[in-house]
Design a protein around this ligand. Sequence first.
Ligand SMILES: CC(C)(COP(=O)(O)OP(=O)(O)OC[C@H]1O[C@@H](n2cnc3c(N)ncnc32)[C@H](O)[C@@H]1OP(=O)(O)O)[C@@H](O)C(=O)NCCC(=O)NCCS
Length: 146
Amino acid sequence: MRIADLESVIRIEYQVFENPWPIEAFTEDIVHDAFVLTDHDVVFAYIFCMVVLDECSIMNIAVAPDHQRRGFGEILFKNITSILALREVNVYFLDVRQSNKAAQNLYNKLGFRAIAIRKGYYNHPDEDAIVMTLLISEAAGSYEKL
Ligand SMILES: CC(C)(COP(=O)(O)OP(=O)(O)OC[C@H]1O[C@@H](n2cnc3c(N)ncnc32)[C@H](O)[C@@H]1OP(=O)(O)O)[C@@H](O)C(=O)NCCC(=O)NCCS
């Protein structure tokens, strides 16, 4: 993601989320470890990651409404794991709204597993979060699967 992409990213964010990130959250700093999918330079999907050592937290992911259900969410995430594998990232964490079945289906398909509930994590509307994790076993690094 480039700083110039933020305008398109914000447009998608406000189309797809009932409670989008505030505009101020889209700073120059967050484009680091963030990625977009584009078609002729037009952004239609994005992901924000936070990488610490060999762990990646997925902070946000979205596909523009007119590009959804065409496999791009899956492609976006798989590309991220390939890119971050070069930095030996092998464990992923994310939070998802309990009502967001589309996203949960995507994460389940990618191999994520639910590990906990964060009570009252979201607001507007108030909702619990499901915490999900994915361990990339081929590069398990300092982790071992139980
Ligand atoms: C969640 C989201 C990123 C999925 O992106 P997408 O490009 O539409 O997903 P894909 O086409 O790659 O679908 C991959 C899998 O996800 C699941 N999925 C995606 N959309 C779904 C829907 N509307 N209903 C049910 N399952 C869905 C399916 O399991 C699908 O596999 P299948 O096509 O073999 O059934 C997209 O719906 C989105 O941007 N939603 C709004 C923002 C959001 O909720 N982000 C997640 C925050 S935690």
